[in-house]
Ligand binder design. Structure first.
Ligand SMILES: *Cc1c(COP(=O)(O)O)cnc(C)c1O
Length: 710
């Protein structure tokens, strides 16, 4: 799910696959056994390039993106490598007579875009095209459709590659491929070959189905044996025009890649660069080895024995690449690794806790009841992009926002599930509701009529007022509800109500809530008896789920509970799930100052030292969401595991804390402003100190805070 872990297996495999690719160009077993060589160089070694495409896809391709900056930076990097590689190989091109071709300019353009200016360089343009196609397919269509489209492209490629012998016998196909080969020499390029592997890589990263090591191993072995059989048959019947593409290469690579993910540990960054240099440079090494052995008259020993030739190429390539790497590491511009996001104040999101809360809440819901994640107000200050995309990866399929713009932003991030706007939307935006497939809340009958008059088909959930008296049509106003259900342009796919005191365990409030729930179900019954098909129903928000679990509904709208906190620290709930807070607000000490007894600090001289004391300045203030009402000791922060009271007034961008009683506080020490519950800095506790509830505290978290994931 997160891709910042260290994939040792993948890193190590890069090296092995780079050596396998050398086998394609040197045929290691050629002097011993033709079939053996075919199996090694034309079947096994053919896994190399798909593997590299998958690695790139693994880190790049996702349904959930905020802009295309990662794609652009991948393409930029690859273009630079490609240009350098083209320049390096110009002498070889000259030697080969490349520049004396007929129609030189069209040929060069074709090579640069598709085939590479030297045989192995096709990989780089294919990476660029393949990445772009895969990225847009997945972003626009989601993984399933993207995989189908890429598979169709792959099959098209297959019949111009390993299966060309069949296409040749069918005139239409033959014609098609003859035309195609005028544009590109092979079908194993960025259009037909690469996209499917990029998408598979991204798909695996989303971690959608987890199989055991053993199952993956069996899958890989089966895939490999089938591919081998396929290749030998095609070879035997001389059907191959080229031998890069096999049907069973796909399952073989899928399971192999998943197997490699089981090996985690140290990051092997040097191996990544090493394998790239080996890939780019080995043909040059081949040329040099050939020239040297000719010059030294040792062709018999080096070139004629294919295994010696292969080994010599591998060893020289490795030595050369290590030298390049050593030089590069020595002279590369010095860049200290520095995470600028944590410079000042930041929000730290714990995704494991988010997953825990999702699972815990799902567990108390009846089977058919889906969790609807409420991600309004930047996901209660947690950052809508990170929270909603990770929730989608965790399998959440329904979302709710307060406004249409929040909903449209979710679509931009790649959220494909249902999105319900809980609040008011101007009817003039009906077109956008339709365009982005957003569900609108019907707030009353007038609104329904006005929306209907727009003449645009929109999906909606009708809100029923059962006692909150905010939005919704009264539960006893059956006629109005029926009218709303019968509007030709409104597809009423849901009906819901909101409980107004479900957080209270006072007898009177419980009675009131029960009445709300009963009148909602009563209305549903009346509608059904009146011949109206009752749509999806939902009632509970967080406290509704915790205090009235097991209600028969199709959704439960989880907000604050999803983020792992209660509204107030003294709240008790019927079910306790051990929910874990997802957010921490942290900052650090930037300066420590001594104050003599009687000296003041901050605006209005609000802090006066009652004794000689020390204060620390923390660069976070009310513009970051820290309530100003925590000033003058009403709030505290956590430092070195101890609570330090706020000294004086919270400013817009900074505050002071009294650290007189805490030993050894230094510049750079981490300060937790909002942290775990019962630490004195839990969201509900901090909110309570400021006279509010955690919902308000969190949703007012300043937008200038960077969000980091732990
Ligand atoms: C905000 C909101 C919710 C979520 O409430 P929590 O108490 O945070 O779970 C649910 N339903 C409606 C209508 C809301 O406006």
């Amino acid at each position: 799910m997160r891709r910042n872990k260290s994939y040792t297996g993948i890193d190590f495999a890069r090296f092995v696959f780079a050596l396998l690719i050398i086998a394609i160009h040197t045929s290691p077993l050629a002097s011993f056994n033709e079939t053996g060589d075919f199996i090694l160089a034309r079947v096994i070694a053919r896994t190399g390039v798909p593997f590299f495409f998958m690695v790139s896809g693994f880190f790049l391709v996702t349904e959930y993106t905020c802009g295309n900056s990662r794609l652009i930076s991948f393409i930029k990097k690859t273009v630079v490598i490609y240009i350098v590689a083209i320049l390096i190989y110009i002498p070889v091109n000259i030697y080969n007579g490349y520049f004396s071709m007929d129609n030189l300019l069209p040929a060069i353009i074709k090579d640069i875009i598709f085939d590479g200016t030297l045989y192995h360089l096709w990989y780089l343009p294919a990476s660029i095209t393949g990445a772009a196609i895969a990225w847009y397919l997945v972003k626009e269509q989601g993984f399933k459709k993207a995989l189908i489209i890429a598979a169709i492209l792959y099959i098209t490629g297959l019949f111009g590659d390993s299966y060309y012998g069949i296409s040749e016998k069918i005139p239409v196909l033959k014609n098609f491929y003859i035309q195609l080969f005028l544009i590109t020499d092979y079908t194993r390029n960025g259009i037909f070959f690469a996209p499917v592997f990029f998408i598979l890589g991204g798909y695996i990263a989303e971690n959608k189905n987890r199989l055991s090591f053993g199952k993956n191993l069996s899958g890989f072995m089966a895939g490999f044996l089938l591919m081998l059989t396929e290749a030998l048959i095609l070879h035997r019947f001389k059907l191959q025009r080229h031998d890069s593409m096999y049907i069973f290469l796909l399952p073989c690579m899928y399971f192999l890649f998943k197997l490699l993910l089981f090996f985690k540990g140290k990051r092997l960054i040097n191996i990544r660069t090493l394998s790239l240099v080996i890939y780019i440079m080995h043909p040059m090494i081949i040329v040099i080895i050939r020239m040297c052995s000719k010059f030294l008259h040792i062709q018999k020993i080096i070139i004629e024995n294919s295994l010696v030739y292969y080994s010599a190429t591998c060893i020289s390539s490795i030595i050369f690449s290590i030298s390049v790497l050593a030089l590069y590491n020595r002279y590369k511009p010095f860049k200290e690794k520095h995470n600028t996001e944590k410079d000042r104040a930041y929000i730290e999101i714990n995704l494991d806790n988010l997953l825990y809360n999702v699972k815990a809440l799902q567990k108390i819901l009846p089977e058919k009841c889906k969790l609807m994640a409420v991600v309004k107000a930047e996901a209660y200050g947690h950052g809508s992009f990170g929270i909603s995309t990770h929730l989608a990866r965790m399998g959440v399929e329904a979302f709710a926002t307060a406004t249409i713009d929040e909903a449209i932003r979710l679509r931009g991030y790649g959220i494909k599930g249902e999105i319900l706007v809980l609040g008011y939307t101007d009817i003039r935006r009906a077109y956008e509701l339709k365009k982005y497939n957003i569900i609108q809340t019907i707030t009353d009958l007038n609104y329904a009529e006005a929306l209907n008059r727009q003449g645009i088909h929109v999906k909606a959930h009708i809100k029923i007022d059962t006692g909150m008296h905010r939005l919704g049509i009264g539960a006893d106003n059956t006629e109005a509800v029926k009218k709303a259900f019968n509007m030709e342009n409104i597809e009423m796919c849901g009906m819901y109500t909101h409980l107004c005191c479900a957080d209270s365990l006072e007898a009177e409030d419980i009675l009131y809530t029960r009445k709300q729930i009963n009148s909602f179900y009563g209305l549903a019954d009346t509608l059904e008896k009146g011949g109206i098909k009752v749509p999806k129903l939902h009632i509970q928000s967080s406290y509704g789920m915790l205090n009235y679990p097991g209600l028969d509904a199709d959704y439960a709208r989880a907000g604050i509970a999803l983020y792992g906190v209660l509204s107030s620290p003294e709240d008790k709930t019927v079910t306790t799930l051990g929910l874990k807070p997802v957010l921490c607000l942290k900052s650090k000490v930037i300066l420590v100052r001594e104050l003599k007894k009687g000296e003041n600090a901050g605006y209005g001289r609000a802090f006066t030292a009652e004794r000689d004391c020390r204060i620390a300045i923390v660069p976070a203030g009310y513009a970051d969401g820290i309530p100003r009402s925590l000033s003058c000791g009403r709030g505290s922060v956590l430092i070195k595991g101890r609570l330090a009271p706020v000294a004086g007034r919270v400013c817009m961008d900074q505050m002071a804390i009294d650290i007189t009683d805490i030993e050894g506080v230094n510049t750079g020490d981490i300060v937790t402003i909002i942290g775990t519950e019962n630490s004195g800095t839990g969201a509900a506790e901090v909110a309570s100190c400021s006279g509010s509830i955690s919902n308000e505290l969190l949703s007012r978290m300043g937008t200038r805070l960077p969000v980091v994931f732990s």
